[in-house]
Structure formats: C-alpha cells, structure tokens
Ligand binder design. Structure first.
Ligand code: MG
Length: 249
C-alpha cells in the first residue's frame, strides 16, 4: 500500500477508547508508522489529554518530530521542536466569549431537560480549553461505560446541539464525544486543522489520509470531507491497527 505523506487520525474511537491511553499494540504501530511518514492527531480534547493519552504511551525513542498534535478540533497546532511541544497557532476565545458560551451551555442543559447542574458529576461539566468550551453531560472524568449508555441514539446530544447552535449563531457548535458538545470560533473544525497543517508542512491535501470512526453525516469527522484529503473510515482502534499494518507492509 502506498504510504501517504501525512496520515491524520481522530483520537477517541479511532486510536483509543474514549479518554483511555493507547494500548501497547497501538503505541507500537504508531511508532513504526512514525519512522515512515508524518502523523497528525486531531480531536476535541485539550493538549494535556493528548499528552497523557498518546505521547506518554510512546517509547522514548519514537520519532516525535514526525508527530503533529491538533487539540480542540484543529483550533490549535503543536509541533515537537527542540525536545518540547511548541504551539504553532491557537485560535483562542476571549474570556468574555468563553463566559457567554458557558451561559448558553448551562441554559441548554436546563431547557432541554437533559442536564441537571445541581446533581453531582464526574469532575467539571464545563471546561474552558482556550480555543474551545466543552460541555460534558456527566463530567469530564465520567467512566466510559456510563458515557456510552447516556445517549445511545444521539437524541440528547442532538437536542443540546440544536439549542446551543440556535443561541450561538456566530460560533461553530459540534457534537464532540458520547456526551459532549464543543464550541469554537466560527469556521474552526477539523477541515480548518487539515488545511492549516497541510499548508504549514507543504503536504498536498490529496497526499493526506484522514482516518476516523465518525466519517458520516453528523459525525465529528465529517468535516474531513470538505478537504482534499483521502478518507478511511474505521469502526474501532483494532480496525485502525489493521489499516496501519497495511500501510507499513
Ligand atoms: Mg472519534
């Protein structure tokens, strides 16, 4: 199989289970792929989440200079330069913008009836991530099984998304993970991150492969279809491992 000049991966559901570290097998696969081409990871999480889920699971001698991290759905880009993760850009929200967004997220939880903020949660329900404000219905540290059981048919997230979108028409509002809604500046999405990274490192989008578990209408990888990148849907991290084996063989 021809190896693209850049392989971009979604994180949760594609490289790892929701908020879980890479498995040893996945870490080995990515380490091998990093010796052959450039890899980017793009996801709604913030940088610390990327470091603990991905970077800290890779061996010390992994070729990190070939790894690009795009947290907050592509609103920021980090590169590994001189043994440190350097921010290349970040489309930050102002404090006022973030506060206004939080108020709308809280109102959406109440008015849809899907989130009662006075009930206990697993960590904070609202997180300010610099370029993004994220609402997590059960809290940031909720167990995966509970998150997967919360909204299996997406109806709660669809209702929250509709409410927030209608009240924040000048922002981009996305369903993030199994329980979350992400808000960023307008036109910031995974397509933006793909465009910015390809331009910066001089790789044609046509020679980029995007891999994600939600490459479908309404899914959080859908924006990849707005770019020139090739796309490869996967169903799980195990499926992604198969693809990487094909790429490196
Ligand atoms: Mg995913």
């Amino acid at each position: 199989m021809h190896i693209p000049k850049l392989v971009m991966f979604d994180l949760d559901g594609t490289l790892a289970r929701s908020k879980q570290p890479l498995t040893d097998e996945m870490a080995d696969c990515l380490t091998e792929l990093l010796t052959k081409t450039r890899i980017a990871v793009i996801s709604g999480g913030a940088l610390p989440q990327f470091l603990s889920q991905i970077v800290e699971q890779l061996p010390k001698d992994a070729n990190l200079s070939n790894l690009y991290l795009l947290p907050t759905s592509g609103a920021a880009l980090y590169e590994y330069i001189d043994a440190a993760w350097k921010k290349i850009y970040e489309e930050r929200l102002s404090d006022k913008e973030a506060t206004d967004i939080e108020a709308v997220l809280r109102a959406a939880g109440k008015e849809t009836g899907h989130i009662n903020f006075s009930e206990p949660s697993y960590g904070e329900r609202i997180e300010h991530r610099g370029a993004q404000v994220t609402l997590s219905a059960l809290g940031q540290q909720a167990p995966v099984d509970e998150k997967e059981a919360w909204d299996p048919d997406r109806s709660k997230r669809d209702a929250l998304h509709a409410h927030v979108s209608s009240h924040l028409p000048t922002y981009t509002v996305k369903i993030g993970g199994k329980t979350s809604i992400d808000v960023t500046k307008q036109n910031i999405d995974k397509a933006y991150g793909i465009h910015k990274l390809c331009e910066r490192i001089g790789v044609p989008e046509a020679d980029t492969l995007y891999v994600g578990d939600e490459l479908r209408s309404g899914g959080n990888d859908e924006a990849a279809y707005k770019t020139g990148a090739q796309t490869h849907p996967v169903t799980s991290p195990e499926d992604t491992i198969q693809l990487i084996h094909e790429l490196v063989s």
